[in-house]
Design a protein around this ligand. Structure first.
Ligand SMILES: NC(=O)c1ccc[n+]([C@@H]2O[C@H](COP(=O)([O-])OP(=O)(O)OC[C@H]3O[C@@H](n4cnc5c(N)ncnc54)[C@H](OP(=O)(O)O)[C@@H]3O)[C@@H](O)[C@H]2O)c1
Length: 268
């Protein structure tokens, strides 16, 4: 895998926390001799700390460029590629990971601001990032080459109460991903979807507007996945032989068999 990823430039959105952060480390460890990472999110300082830690502890072969980028702001995305330092411009892998859920409200009580945040981050942002990076892929020989890895969710396959907007955004990611794979059929662009089940990250803290106690209750009595578990799958998909497309994955912890109620919790 190290040989296949050697020399590649990987851009990860939402790299300041959770799955995105773990994915940065996993790529760095896997191709430590020669790799470039562009780490993006809104918290620049956190990205800078991660960049310094990777360069110091994983090795001189990994060059990291931290970049403040709010994917919900389409204007910020337009033109960001031109502003990248020359040595980071030739992106090979885009990991569209930035995403979030806000609240557990049901219609008609869902806050319009939350609706907008979820749709503009999870859907419009992911599509805008893809459109910004694809022209780089399509300039390459034989119709173009590169990997788009979209982080979806079990929520995109099984809608649940109190998650209607989040579920709708992840279903949109799924449809966009499947359409894009068909659109790229004559190229060497691989379009990949990684759908996690329950993973313990800042995800639930964000969902409950910073209430850590409510977030912790989500994971009480069960053993969720770690962000490293998902990072391993993401890097595995990028590290396959070029003709192999891991088009679709669904990853659960042992106690989960679906969204919402399909979850076993030990009595506490
Ligand atoms: N955790 C789960 O159970 C689970 C399950 C299925 C799917 N997922 C998906 O996995 C992905 C990663 O989530 P996570 O669990 O790792 O949660 P997390 O720990 O909260 O990380 C989310 C990341 O997204 C970034 N982000 C949020 N809004 C952004 C914006 N407008 N622009 C740029 N970056 C933004 C955050 O960075 P900043 O705050 O610094 O911008 C953060 O780095 C999401 O797409 C989520 O839907 C998670």
């Amino acid at each position: 895998m190290a040989n296949r990823l050697k020399g590649k430039t990987v851009l990860i959105t939402g790299a300041s926390s959770g799955i995105g952060r773990s994915t940065a480390y996993e790529f760095a460890r896997t191709a430590a001799s020669d790799l470039k990472l562009i780490l993006t999110a809104r918290r620049l300082e956190t990205l800078q700390e991660i960049a310094a830690d990777i360069e110091k502890n994983i090795g001189k072969g990994v060059k990291v460029y931290p970049l403040k980028l709010d994917v919900s702001n389409v204007q910020e995305i337009q033109g960001f590629v031109e502003k990248l330092p020359q040595e980071f411009k030739e992106i090979d892998v885009l990991v569209n990971n930035a995403g979030l859920v806000k609240g557990v409200a049901k219609a008609p009580e869902i806050n319009p601001l939350d609706i907008n945040t979820m749709i503009s981050t999870n859907v419009t942002g992911l599509i805008a990032m893809t459109q910004a990076v694809l022209p780089i892929f399509l300039k390459r020989p034989n119709g173009g080459a590169g990997d788009i890895i979209n982080v979806g969710s079990i929520a995109g396959r099984e809608p649940y109460q109190g998650g209607s907007i989040y579920c709708a955004t992840k279903a949109a990611v799924r449809s966009f991903t499947d359409s894009l794979r068909r659109e790229m059929i004559s190229t060497r662009v691989r379009v990949i979807e990684v759908d996690p089940g329950q993973v313990e990250t800042e995800f639930s803290v964000v969902r409950f507007y910073g209430d850590k106690e409510k977030a912790d209750a989500v994971y009480a009595g069960c053993d969720p996945l770690t962000p490293d578990d998902i990072a391993e799958v993401i890097v595995f998909t990028a590290g396959r032989r070029e003709n192999v497309v891991i088009a679709d994955t669904l990853i659960f912890p042992q106690h989960q068999a679906g969204a919402g109620g399909a979850m076993y919790k030990k009595p506490t």
